[in-house]
Design a protein around this ligand. Structure first.
Ligand code: ATP
Ligand code: MG
Length: 240
């Protein structure tokens, strides 16, 4: 049975797609897991980072049950690593799922893939609504990139409260500091308050992923950020 890992944050632009791509690469490479990266964000950023040309406009048909997820899966350049690409047709996914009144649609779609993969990594859009509730019902683990700032930690607490109130405290929430700049006092202080959390440094080489269109480990494996993504993956694997 595949383990479902959602890379999620209520906040936008915090490094979710970047983390999702690098976790998927570590899952398929270092851990030799049969891995699927499912991009459920209309921006299709994770798909782009894997070199996908985008613009099929058909990703939402999976959620309408017009096509099976399996029929839309593509190979990537990496062994054991497949992609279910996102595109603009997903821009109203939360609204259409709410309208269809199918609260477990995502979970059921994932179940159709469970035998074919060891790990499914979901790259999610920001927000807290119907789509994130579907994620929380479907995922075994939520990896939550968090900027090392008070407002970002506050947003994480809001998600934690929401999980406790509406999802019986499930799934497990694994925060990870993202875009850390140790020259900033506030960043250092925030990290010191959560010494056990993995910290991904802010680095231009991470931004280069969008030029190379590849996971960081594929072109800068010895960079501190690539090592941090590797450590994060180890932490993910240590979770039940
Ligand atoms: N550790 C990092 N160091 C430097 N730049 C980073 C880092 N992580 C992400 N970025 C850059 O920050 C931008 C936003 O990252 P990303 O797209 O992964 O965030 P996101 O949370 O998925 O955004 P969205 O909410 O729009 O989906 C991108 O340009 C990305 O290259
Ligand atoms: Mg993203």
């Amino acid at each position: 049975m595949a383990k479902i890992i959602a890379v999620y944050s209520m906040k936008g632009g915090v490094g979710k797609s970047t983390v999702a791509v690098n976790l998927a690469w570590n899952a398929a490479g270092a851990s030799a897991r049969r891995t699927l990266l499912w991009d459920i964000d209309a921006q299709g950023a994770a798909s782009f980072l894997f070199g996908h040309d985008g613009s099929t406009g058909k990703a939402s048909r999976i959620f309408a049950r017009e096509v099976t997820p399996a029929s839309m899966i593509e190979k990537t350049a990496f062994a054991r690593l497949d992609l279910l690409a996102g595109d603009l047709s997903l821009r109203q996914l939360g609204e259409s799922l709410a309208e269809a009144d199918k609260p477990k649609r995502l979970r059921k779609l994932l179940q159709t893939l469970a035998a074919d993969y060891d790990r499914v990594i979901l790259d999610c859009p920001p927000g807290l609504g119907e789509l994130s509730d579907q994620l929380f019902r479907a995922a075994d683990l939520i990896v939550a990139p968090v900027l090392p700032t008070p407002l970002a930690l506050r947003a994480l607490d809001q998600v934690r409260d929401h999980l406790a109130r509406h999802h019986a405290g499930k799934p497990v929430l694994l925060p990870v500091f993202s875009m850390v700049d140790r020259r900033k006092t506030l960043h250092r202080e925030t990290l010191a308050a959560h010494p056990s959390w993995i910290a991904i440094p802010q680095a231009s080489v991470v931004e280069r992923m969008a030029v190379e269109r590849a996971p960081l480990g594929a072109f800068a494996p010895r960079s501190p950020a690539a090592r941090a993504f590797g450590e994060l993956w180890t932490r993910v694997e240590a979770n039940p």
